[in-house]
Design a protein around this ligand. Structure first.
Ligand SMILES: C[S@@+](CC[C@H](N)C(=O)[O-])C[C@H]1O[C@@H](n2cnc3c(N)ncnc32)[C@H](O)[C@@H]1O
Length: 221
């Protein structure tokens, strides 16, 4: 299996794979950020920055992180000189606990399902370590109801397939609660369809869970 870095560098070499528009989930996220008085947002696995740039335009302080040099290169080249609330870092998200900052919200779009079970659990732990008490953890993952994509490729773990060199885990309704630490309250868990069009005009449709959760951990003195 090739590494995430190699895989995504290879894909982003071809450009901005899904255009400049933010994901439907990013639009839906902004109302939660407003309601929760969020200011600082972490976007791990930000790709070339289509969602990070949108949050920054809406006035939030945004940090985008990705392991792909090609993705970060595209993202940085789009940041205008006078923009001070958007920064990008080339980093492995599994090493983020050491950055020593907590955020009001984490927005993780289409990343968790790219890993095998052990790493998915580790990833959620890392995200938890980066979210302030009362902060938001908002994510999208592929649903088990995505019947077009489910079952394509070799099944390497339960509901997990090696699909064109990439791992894809398909989440059931019940599974979402199980991946979250007990102090996270689910505010919304809903299916939506995301249609992506690559620069050659090929369309890909994904059925995703949009999950909004709040960290109800109390401040410790
Ligand atoms: C499906 S893409 C989603 C990109 C972006 N969130 C979006 O919706 O446009 C997954 C992204 O996760 C990044 N990624 C995968 N593994 C990573 C890791 N260990 N650390 C940081 N980024 C990673 C990839 O480079 C890629 O940009």
């Amino acid at each position: 299996m090739i590494s995430q870095k190699e895989y995504w560098d290879g894909r982003f070499k071809k450009g901005k794979l899904w255009g400049d528009q933010p994901c439907p989930s990013a639009y839906r996220t902004v109302s939660y950020l407003e309601k929760n008085c969020s200011n600082s947002i972490l976007v791990p696995g930000c790709g070339y920055g289509r969602n990070s740039a949108y949050f920054a335009k809406n006035g939030y302080d945004v940090t985008g992180v990705d392991i792909s040099h090609e993705a970060i290169k595209h993202a940085i080249s789009d940041v205008k000189a006078d923009v001070t609330n958007l920064n990008y870092q080339l980093k492995d998200l599994f090493s983020l606990s050491s950055i020593g900052t907590e955020f009001d919200a984490v927005f993780l779009s289409n990343v968790i399902h790219l890993f095998l079970e052990k790493d998915r659990a580790k990833l959620v732990q890392v995200m938890d370590s980066l979210i302030k008490p009362n902060g938001l953890f908002i994510f999208t993952v592929i649903s088990r109801s995505d019947s077009k994509n489910f079952g394509v490729g070799e099944e390497v773990e339960q509901n997990t397939f090696l699909h064109n060199e990439k791992v894809l885990h398909f989440y059931t309704t019940e599974e979402i609660r199980g991946i979250l630490p007990s102090n996270y309250k689910i505010l919304e868990q809903e299916l939506h369809t995301q249609t992506e069009k690559d620069p050659l005009g090929n369309e890909e449709e994904l059925i995703l869970w949009f999950v909004v959760t709040k960290n109800n951990k109390h401040f410790s003195l």
